[in-house]
Write a protein that binds this ligand. Structure first.
Ligand code: GDP
Length: 470
């Protein structure tokens, strides 16, 4: 009706013309732009789409390759509970206090910078693959290298395997720290053997996984580990342009009684300066002051620098993007527009589902299907994995990102959300948290009791023949 009124025609006439064009629309239906365009062509009028660019962040300035400078690596420590992640982070921070920093008290801001031979490494303070993948499911990947801690007296455990698969899914290189080598029952060779079973073949056995024996307790091997991190970083050629407006990612944020909202961000590109107007999620403001992890006041922070930022209107969330804009007014307008938009729709990007697989393949949107398998027994996990991998074809590669015995957990769903994967449960169900998260993130969880049905469904999906499930 609105369209008809705009072009001064009777709505019934427009509806009839639409019908001739094989569009069955009623007077009050929404007219898609593509269809309006066809109508306009028919009537010989010009129409234009009004692009509402509300709350869109400015695009990042393109970098001239010559402007890129090396930046320090950002590292996350992962591994099974009690294998020594926290102890290792402490050992790294404490053995690496350079002379000029002595007296500077380490502040917990969410990340710490250590230095070896004049080169910096940034460690995220929250260890574990859950934090890592939860950021990633929000579209934020800050980690360049994962250090996988495996206790030499305990070996590869379920969360070790999860950590390996989460890092692999994110395509982040893994360095293994074989910890607790001070213990009499330590058996690093057994750890290496177990790692090899999960595709991490140690270098000394001809593979490319670096394994460093360490003791977080006795502070042994720490420098070797740092050296290896720098070596891997060098091979990655991590670079960023420091000479432009900064962009970064929030890794922690809180409300401080005296200072108001405080956010720790890691600068990803450009240089953040005191006085810069910033927008962070739906918060905005001007950088009033910045502090590093030693509590030192900074005037500016370049790529890979973790900084506490003060001056925001509200507390942002971990994973939020920090962007410098021209002035504070612009920052406020953007923040307000984004808030409005969030009220209207909570943005959840479209995830792959088995039902929609064929469509997405046809549109060329998807070239691989990522799958997570959970089953009640190891035998079923293996059988399913082998059968599913066989479904790979030239049109679609099938990857199994993670597989395991046990119920479907929140962590599985996070990984699926972060890597656009579907989850197949065989004789297992999601727990309630996992179910809720899957609903929110629109992750497709499929539950089966017969292996044949799994294969049959995927085959049908590949051909576009799968009946929707309600
Ligand atoms: P996380 O759960 O992975 O963060 O593990 P923690 O760092 O909390 O360590 C778990 C336990 O292992 C603690 O009791 C530590 O004291 C102990 N631990 C950590 N590293 C070492 C080590 O190198 N040698 C020995 N003997 N014990 C360690």
């Amino acid at each position: 009706r609105e369209f008809a009124e705009l072009i001064k025609k009777a709505p019934s006439e427009v509806v009839r013309d639409l019908l001739f064009m094989k569009y069955m629309l009623k007077i009050n239906d929404v007219l898609p732009f593509e269809v309006a365009q066809k109508l306009a062509d028919k009537y010989g009028i010009n129409i234009e789409k009004k692009v509402e660019n509300k709350g869109e962040l400015p695009e990042e300035e393109k970098d001239d390759p010559a402007s890129l400078k090396p930046r320090p690596p950002i590292v996350t420590v992962m591994g099974h509970v009690d294998h020594g992640k926290t102890s290792l982070l402490d050992a790294i921070r404490n053995t690496n206090v350079t002379a000029k920093e002595v007296g500077g008290i380490t502040q917990h801001i969410g990340a710490s910078t250590v230095e070896l031979n004049g080169k910096k490494i940034v460690f995220l303070d929250t260890p574990g693959h859950e934090a890592f993948t939860s950021m990633r499911s929000r579209g934020a990947q800050v980690t360049d290298i994962a250090v996988l801690v495996v206790a030499a007296d305990d070996g590869v455990m379920p969360q070790t395997i999860e950590a390996i698969n989460h890092a692999k899914a994110a395509k982040v290189p893994i360095i293994v720290a074989i910890n607790k080598i001070d213990k009499p029952e330590a058996n690093p060779d057994r750890v290496k053997q177990e790692l090899a079973e999960y595709g991490l073949i140690p270098e000394e056995w001809g593979g490319d996984t670096i394994c460093i024996p360490v003791s977080a307790l006795k502070k042994q091997g720490i420098n070797d580990l740092l050296e290896m991190i720098l070596l891997v970083a060098e091979m990655q050629e991590l670079k960023a342009n420091p000479d432009k407006k900064a962009r970064g990612i929030v890794i922690e944020a809180r409300l401080d009684k005296g200072r108001g909202p405080v956010a720790t961000a890691i600068v990803q590109s450009g240089t953040l300066r005191v006085g810069d107007a910033i927008i962070v999620g739906t918060a905005y403001g001007k950088v009033r002051a910045m502090f590093d992890d030693k509590g030192k006041r900074l005037k500016e922070a370049g790529p890979s620098t973790p900084v506490e930022v003060i001056g925001l209107s509200e507390v942002p969330e971990a994973g939020d993007l920090l962007v410098v804009v021209d002035d504070e007014k612009k920052a406020r307008e953007l923040a307000e527009a984004r808030k409005e938009k969030m009220k209207e729709t909570r943005f959840v990007s479209q995830k792959v589902t088995l039902e929609d697989l064929f469509n997405q393949m046809q549109q060329g949107n998807i070239k691989e299907l990522n799958v997570i398998i959970k089953a009640d027994v190891q035998g079923s996990v293996e059988a399913l994995k082998q059968a599913i991998l066989k479904l790979s074809s030239n049109e679609l590669r099938v990857n199994v990102l993670h597989e395991g015995v046990g119920i479907i957990t929140e962590t599985d769903v996070m990984l699926a959300a972060a890597s656009n994967a579907i989850i197949i449960g065989f004789n297992v169900r999601p727990d309630s948290k996992a179910k809720d998260l899957a609903e929110r993130e629109k992750v497709d969880i499929r539950l089966y009791r017969i292996i044949y049905d799994v294969i049959d469904d995927i085959e049908k999906a590949l051909k576009g023949l799968l009946e929707p499930e309600y």
